[in-house]
Design a binder for this molecule. Structure first.
Ligand code: HGY
Ligand code: MN
Ligand code: MN
Length: 424
């Protein structure tokens, strides 16, 4: 189709119907969980396989060829096989992740995959000069192996060999988890992004209060804040709770508790910093035993990498000081050191124009949450479009989206595709 005609081509779909289907599919996927009574899906769990089955069916109904790569990413490839007559067509990748945090909401991640499928459907009459691949990344949250972005790292070609030796809480290695899912870790390098992929687009809920406070449906993401993740170990001496005098104790949990309050006080006083201790493992974990060892997570975010690393060093020093004062042994493991990443300026400007064309003031936002786009951005121009998060609630079952905002996202997505077509 001549590009000129493409731009004015009428989209023969009902945006609201598509939006309702996106939301219905997120709700259907939210039933697929490894923890009865709540939504939890971790790396290559049986619930992920159930998601693959459902999403692959939706991909194939759109004429996409679905397959699972060696890191467990479900990929919906355009079925137009390159033939000798036509050069390999440029490819746009659209997607997000399908793993979740424990007791998650129904939209974090999967919404971006479902919107990718909706755009494939809505753009079929446009005869775009490029193909669209839709991807459901296998792991972004870092819940099972404490290291996030395993799926997108495979596409970026960056998973280092140590990753395969990572062990989950049951001692299962990442390599064994991949093999027991029926995949071959030796094939991970084949998951690398197709070299004719020219851009990556990720739709995601904002997961915070900003868009709602501004009365906006959508915003283009300018940059994604960096994050530092550590596992801190406080080691003292387990002992009898009934017979050990207070002054003779080396209570690891009391030491961790003193540090956790110090973390909160420090972050409250540090503009733009957020610091969270979200996971605490206490051993031996009996009410009548003085805790001997505590493993605590530390998650630090700030828009500035310098501020984030300074804050991380300060909080680790405070853990060390508290440990020395209490006669505890302190150790720390680096789980993640991820710098802030800017989205592609040209694509972000195109996303802003597309949002404006969908009828609302365009705005750019910095993401406090991490996303697969920050990994893909290392290897391909990447852009993100946020949808409003009512109540600013996320990583929680009350997470939700508005149908109207999903409809706006599809409209903006179509405009974005048309603008990309003009550039081909
Ligand atoms: O934790 C995050 O930043 C994202 O939700 N994975
Ligand atoms: Mn998340
Ligand atoms: Mn997410």
């Amino acid at each position: 189709m001549a590009i000129k005609r493409l731009v004015s081509a009428k989209i023969e779909v009902d945006f609201q119907t598509l939006a309702l289907r996106v939301i219905a599919r997120c709700a259907e996927l939210a039933q697929l969980t490894e923890t009865p009574g709540m939504l939890t899906r971790t790396f290559l769990s049986p619930a992920i396989r159930d998601c693959h089955r459902l999403i692959a069916g939706w991909m194939e109904s759109l004429g996409l060829r679905s397959s699972v790569d060696a890191m467990g990413n479900l990929r919906g490839f355009p079925s137009s096989e390159p033939t000798p007559s036509n050069a390999i067509r440029p490819r746009l990748l659209i997607g997000s992740h399908i793993d979740t945090v424990p007791n998650a909401g129904a939209y974090d991640g999967v919404l971006g995959v479902m919107l990718g499928l909706a755009l494939v459907e809505a753009s079929r009459t446009l005869e775009l000069p490029f193909d669209i691949e839709v991807i459901a990344f296998s792991e972004e949250e870092g819940v099972r192996f404490r290291v996030p972005f395993l799926g997108s790292r495979a596409l970026a070609g960056t998973p280092d060999s140590q990753l395969l030796a990572l062990r989950d809480a049951n001692g299962v290695t990442l390599e064994a988890a991949i093999r027991s899912f029926g995949l071959d870790p030796n094939e991970i390098s084949a998951a690398k992004l197709d070299e004719n992929t020219f851009a990556y687009l990720e739709f995601h809920i904002e997961q915070g209060p900003v868009l709602e406070s501004l009365g906006l449906s959508l915003a283009a993401v300018k940059a994604i804040a960096g994050q530092s993740r550590r596992t801190i170990v406080f080691a003292g001496s387990a002992n009898h709770a009934g017979t050990t005098p207070m002054e003779m104790r080396r209570d690891a949990l009391a030491g961790a508790a003193e540090w956790i309050v110090a973390v909160e006080n420090f972050a409250r006083a540090y503009p733009g910093l957020v610091a969270t201790v979200g996971r605490l493992q206490v051993a031996p974990g009996a009410s009548n035993v003085v805790p001997g060892e505590v493993r605590a997570s530390l998650d630090i975010r700030h828009a500035s990498d310098v501020e984030r690393t300074t804050a991380t060093e300060t909080l680790l020093a405070s853990a060390r000081t508290i440990s020395e004062k209490r006669g505890l042994r302190f150790s720390c493991h680096e789980d993640l050191e991820q710098s802030a990443v800017a989205m592609d300026a040209e694509l972000t400007a195109a996303a802003e124009r597309a949002i404006a064309a969908a009828g609302q003031e365009s705005k750019t936002i910095i993401s406090g949450a991490g996303h697969d786009a920050m990994i893909l951005a290392e290897v391909v121009p990447s852009a993100m479009i946020f949808l409003r998060t009512p109540g600013g609630i996320s990583h929680h079952p009350d997470e939700t989206v508005l149908v109207g905002d999903v409809e706006q996202a599809i409209r903006a997505g179509i405009t974005f595709l048309k603008e990309l077509a003009l550039k081909q």
